[in-house]
Design a protein around this ligand. Structure first.
Ligand SMILES: [Zn+2]
Length: 138
């Protein structure tokens, strides 16, 4: 896990204006979809909205310095690693102090852009993965 985190953090730093100090790493914890939903929205999620509509697949908690990934995430797959890239961007945004209110509007877009760019670098492997999952899973 540390090797994977480090290699993805180096890639993010090379492809953005975020810096990685090369030493510290966040914790990564797998959690159930229900637990993630609770962490993201708390108990105040409007009952009128079906919670299943808002699937949370990952989040970064800056107080605990922990990335939570839904426990169905397979980090040996490109799709799984892309999700980790997204959350690692949030980790670096935090460690780079990019969490001020006026910057909030760019936090998510940058995470999605880097997630997509990373998948682009892994396009062949990822395409095969998606094709196989469609063939098997229907
Ligand atoms: Zn995000």
């Amino acid at each position: 896990m540390p090797e994977l985190l480090t290699s993805l953090l180096i890639w993010i730093a090379a492809n953005s204006n975020l810096e990685h100090d090369g030493a510290s790493l966040p914790k990564v914890v797998m959690a159930s979809a229900e637990a993630l939903h609770e962490m993201a929205f708390g108990e105040n999620f409007p009952k009128a909205i079906r919670s299943g509509k808002y699937k949370v697949s990952g989040l970064y908690n800056d107080v605990e310095n922990t990335i939570y990934l839904v426990d169905t995430t397979d980090l040996t797959t490109e799709g799984g690693k892309a999700l980790l890239v997204h959350e690692l961007v949030h980790y670096l945004q935090h460690t780079n102090g990019r969490t001020k209110e006026h910057e909030l509007r760019v936090l998510e877009p940058l995470a999605y852009v880097l997630e997509a760019s990373w998948l682009q670098t892994r396009l062949y492997a990822w395409r095969e993965e998606v094709a196989n999952s469609v063939a098997v899973g229907g």
